[in-house]
Design a protein around this ligand. Structure first.
Ligand SMILES: C[S@@+](CC[C@H](N)C(=O)[O-])C[C@H]1O[C@@H](n2cnc3c(N)ncnc32)[C@H](O)[C@@H]1O
Length: 226
């Protein structure tokens, strides 16, 4: 890992060293839209799915149960979070279908970690808002897709239809965890796709959460909507 990866990994470890024990129970009611993404992901039979920033493995385990014919991969920069993920995956008896590794979203090389180059689906769930160079992470993720593969994102939105005071308190609360909503996400996806028409983007729960994505075309560039 690079110097900045090591520093960011240490920061994430400091956030999650104790939080990881209560993470799934405490985030259930405020990391909204994750099950929406899981329902939409629909990998092909025999397909491969990568979660970048898999945390406790909560999403990968739900996906493996929902899509029994696909294979799942997860990376996370936090060794602490991966301890919880590894235990949860083993307890569910899913060790043969979910592989996880420590890596940085910005530099991850799947050949070294998982002995493969590309995935049918790549997703970020409440992770881009914790990555300082989140546009770099998105661009890197597009390069991990197979032609025809889909990139999907769920994260905090701009809370446009919620009271200003609510948004102010939420922003303060999120900053305690080094989380910053990526208000430019739609435009960044559009820039990666090359056209606004080619990106799907939806605000959920009055703008509290956003889900979006793009599809990589046969020539290997991101170009069409989810
Ligand atoms: C808010 S948690 C979300 C976990 C999980 N995706 C979920 O939906 O419950 C964000 C996760 O992203 C990881 N993360 C942050 N920056 C990362 C990076 N640069 N590369 C890989 N993982 C990262 C953190 O360690 C943490 O586990």
């Amino acid at each position: 890992m690079t110097n900045s990866s090591t520093l960011h990994g240490a920061l994430m470890d400091s956030v999650y060293r104790y939080q990881r024990h209560i993470y799934d129970a405490t985030r259930q009611n405020y990391l909204l839209g994750r099950d929406h993404l899981i329902a939409e992901l629909a990998p092909p039979i025999g397909g491969s799915v990568l979660e970048i920033g898999c945390g406790t493995g909560r999403n990968l385990i739900a996906l493996a149960r929902r899509y029994p014919n696909a294979r799942f991969f997860g990376i996370d920069i936090s060794a602490e979070m991966l301890k919880t993920a590894s235990g949860a995956i083993a307890r569910q008896g899913l060790y043969d279908r979910i592989k996880i590794a420590q890596a940085d979203a910005l530099t991850f090389d799947p050949r070294g970690r998982f002995n493969r180059e590309h995935f049918d689906r790549v997703f970020f769930s409440y992770t881009l808002s914790m990555i300082p160079d989140w546009t770099g992470a998105l661009a890197h993720a597009v390069g991990l897709l197979k032609p025809g593969g889909r990139l999907q994102v769920v994260d905090f939105g701009g809370c446009e239809a919620l009271p200003t005071q609510f948004k102010r308190i939420l922003d303060w609360w999120l900053s305690l965890f080094h989380v910053a909503p990526r208000l430019d996400l739609q435009h960044t996806l559009e820039a990666l796709a090359g056209s606004p028409d080619l990106v799907r983007f939806e605000a959920l729960y009055r703008g509290y959460a956003i889900v979006g994505g793009l599809t990589r075309n046969d020539r290997g560039s991101a170009c069409s909507s989810v």
